[in-house]
Design a protein around this ligand. Structure first.
Ligand SMILES: *Cc1c(COP(=O)(O)O)cnc(C)c1O
Length: 408
């Protein structure tokens, strides 16, 4: 039996040190003047989007979901790489609007958009993904009051689901979107309202590494949209089929075969374009674009032995990186890929448990991992940390200082 290993990281090393944006880790730490920090590698993000574009159909639009990493510098970079943004709050919308991305290529989704948020989205001119029949009426009212015609897309909760997904967001009873079965009535109501109808948004789930499952969902999403055209006398302008492209986090996981997904999508898109030649097909991705391009770095504060077990105690923890501790939607805690960033290929090695600075047994960064022997002052690096890191963590928990962020 082979022992499962973590998929190789995209970050290079030189002189036994991790390089981030071409800068040795210890030098970057000096520049920032503090640990812990998140560092995102600009070139790795550019390479990722470039490669994905080569693998996907040429006329597919790729949008970035800010919730994966809303750092303004990252979003500014993304504005020049992708075709649009998906935001999940007014604050994210403002970050998106600060870039050169034209507002009509952004959309807002979320099941609880308050009136003030809808008013802002309306004024900004971004597309509002409608999540319920009530929300549709509210948008129509606000649109009439403000004299601004709202651009809307209907978010559909399909009858099918994305198989083998880390997080399912469609199929069955869900708080997201409008059930497929209700669409004929909702689309009829839409005809009576003064709204600029864009089309459909179908988001089925997240963190999927199985090309076959994603291909099946893409086929089903496009087929569903084509069936619903019957209720859209003027056709649709956009079809957002979601995403869900995952990245390998844990030992034994294989990277997603995006070439296979892109090839299959080209076939489905051709069928759709045959009936709606002017409509845009969109995918929206978060973690796939940024997740592998980021690391979380903290420093060893203490090393101790408890009943034969070696502990490295660091200055960071789950308040910055909830997911590494296993508390962000995971069923069983597994180790993220972790390295000693200033002793990348170090020998000898030993088995250690790395814990964070919070007084709770939940604050685990690595459990019984074989790593180069580390001492106080060395750097612990958590890979695959470019998405759902700092902003997906309980930063205020235990009132420890927050982490820095840098794009290099
Ligand atoms: C979370 C979410 C995304 C991004 O998911 P990733 O797994 O980061 O790609 C995209 N669209 C919607 C509607 C979402 O809720």
């Amino acid at each position: 039996m082979t022992i499962p290993k973590h998929a190789p990281t995209l970050f290079p090393a030189q002189n036994n040190q991790l390089l981030i944006g071409g800068i040795p880790l210890t030098r970057l730490a000096q520049r920032l003047g503090k640990t812990p920090f998140y560092a995102y590698d600009r070139q790795l993000i550019i390479d990722r989007v470039t490669q994905l574009r080569q693998q996907m159909p040429a006329d597919l639009k790729i949008h970035y979901a800010l919730k994966a990493n809303p750092m303004p510098a990252v979003v500014q970079l993304m504005a020049g790489l992708v075709d649009g943004f998906d935001v999940a709050s007014t604050a994210e919308m403002h970050v998106a609007l600060d870039t050169l991305m034209p507002s009509q290529y952004s959309s807002i989704a979320g099941p609880s958009k308050r009136r003030a948020e809808l008013r802002s989205a309306l004024a900004a001119g971004i597309t509002i993904n409608v999540e319920s029949p009530n929300e549709l009426e509210t948008i129509a009212q606000l649109s009439a009051q403000s004299g601004i015609t709202a651009s809307v897309a209907i978010r559909i909760n399909p009858a099918f689901e994305l198989k083998t997904s880390g997080m399912k967001m469609g199929g069955g009873a869900k708080p997201f979107g409008i059930d497929e079965e209700q669409l004929p009535v909702v689309l009829q109501r839409l005809q009576a309202l003064q709204l600029d109808f864009q089309g459909f948004h179908i988001y089925s789930g997240s963190q999927n590494l199985k090309a076959e499952a994603l291909i099946e969902t893409q086929q089903q999403s496009i087929a569903l949209a084509m069936r619903l055209l019957e209720f859209c006398p003027n056709g649709i302008k956009t079809l957002n089929i979601g995403g869900g492209y995952g990245i390998p986090y844990f030992a034994g996981e294989q990277p997603l075969n995006t070439q296979q997904v892109g090839d299959a999508l080209a076939i489905e898109m051709a069928k759709f374009k045959a009936v709606q030649p002017h409509a845009e097909v969109i995918i929206e991705l978060g973690r796939y674009l940024v997740g592998e391009a980021g690391v979380y770095v903290c420093q060893v504060v203490d090393k101790k032995i408890s009943r034969g077990h070696i502990y490295l105690v660091v200055d960071g923890g789950l308040h910055h990186h909830l997911a590494v501790s296993g508390n962000f939607g995971q069923v069983i805690r597994k180790n993220y890929p972790v390295a000693i960033g200033n002793k990348i290929h170090g020998e000898p090695q030993e088995i250690v448990t790395i814990v964070g600075c919070l007084c709770t047994p939940l604050d685990i960064i690595a459990d019984k991992m074989r790593l180069p022997v580390a001492e106080i002052g060395d750097f612990v690096v958590v890979y695959q940390s470019g998405a759902y890191g700092l902003t997906a963590s309980p930063n205020a928990f235990l009132s420890q200082p927050n982490a820095a962020e840098v794009l290099v």
